[in-house]
Design a protein around this ligand. Sequence first.
Ligand code: C2O
Ligand code: CU
Length: 463
Amino acid sequence: MITRRTFLGTGASLAALPLLARGAPAGAGEAEIIEARLAQAQIAPEGYPQTEIWSYDGLLPGTEIRASQGSRLTRRLVNALPEPTSLHWHGIRIDNAMDGVPGVTQDAVPPGESFLYDFELPDAGTYWYHSHNQSYEQVARGLHGALIVEEPDAPDVDRDEVLVLDDFRLDAGTGQIAGFGNMHDFSHGGRLGNIAVTNGVFNASRAVKQHERLRLRLINTATARIFELQLQGLEGWVVALDGMPLEAPQPVPERLVLAPAQRVDLIVDVTAQAGGEAHLLRRDRDGAFSHVLFEVAGQAASTRRGIPAPLPPNPDMEVTGLEDALQGELHMEGGAMRGFQSAQMDGREVGFREAAQSMNFWSMNGVVGMPEAPLLVAEHGQTVRVTLKNDTMFPHGMHLHGHHFRELHTDGSLGPLRDTLLVYGDESREIAFVAHNPGEWVFHCHMLSHAAAGMMTRITVRG
Ligand code: C2O
Ligand code: CU
């Protein structure tokens, strides 16, 4: 834990926040720029030293991108980092060439070079963008931002706010981001931080009014932390998951679980009294903490409003043809306590001990890391079912690129559309989707140190 004493003890000077980088003036087809570069951020509370981060445009999180559904997004990624990088647009049903996965859809962008991303935004909702190179480290250093695709008709709310939930592991002495490549993190639950933040800020707060209606877009950009959230003095509905609207708004559950990379859109009313407080609470082993404080000043209306209308569905999301679907299984093994008997790694058979020497701890279908052959090869438009069998002691947040899927429950019912599904240890869950998007789509654990330590595969959709 970070204590005030150790931080104040360092007496480090506070660097000024760098100015927002501006790309070449838009015009003559020149795209806006997203510059990946080093920056300083006040992650620890005021009075503690600033932290050097890897940023988009000098900001933490990166510039909030807002665009309208059906429009084209064009951004030039300029790499001013000391390492190659790339941009992945998480949850977007994107043109495969723009998916941002080095070694699969593009080469990583070397320092000093750039890459033009240009693609359509077919779906409204809450998405995000992040580095997909050395992502367990680059995302944890700050390379992520929100991508909001707005519906043609916005829902009736007083405010629309993005809350990027994240954590950082800071060295208690220096306030700097602590090192990477820790064996324990890789083989257990991933690299958890020791300071939890909202939009890059510790103990975030907002001023609201009683009976105000807020749309809160929660994005978990942490590389390992599963946020368990609870509302206090706020009441309302879940209206979308991972960007995709629910058919009917659902009351916010007592405990709202948000795995790494997942998003949830809430429409909530401030029910706390004027002069009081409302909270987004974060629960962990030690209890409940205020993650975001809402200070209630005054009244927006004298009474609460009724249930909000559902958000309009995104186009062509039906999952049909389950009976004659292409079927596959993804068997996860490894990690601390259980390991695996043996697995293929770099084309040869290795035991768990040997894999561990190169920081690999996980296998999927008996292969550590990206397999030579894809998990499945689907025809364009074919329905695909995959059973996710977690034979490890740890939860895994499995993310499929380029598609949203539904969980297929054992009673035959279909769950909500998602792009990332949390599968707990010893659980087996089945997902189904229509392979509507041609290309090579990676499918991996979004506990990013797990992905780096073996949990990575891909699905091919023929064009
Ligand atoms: Cu958000 Cu492959 O990742
Ligand atoms: Cu995992």
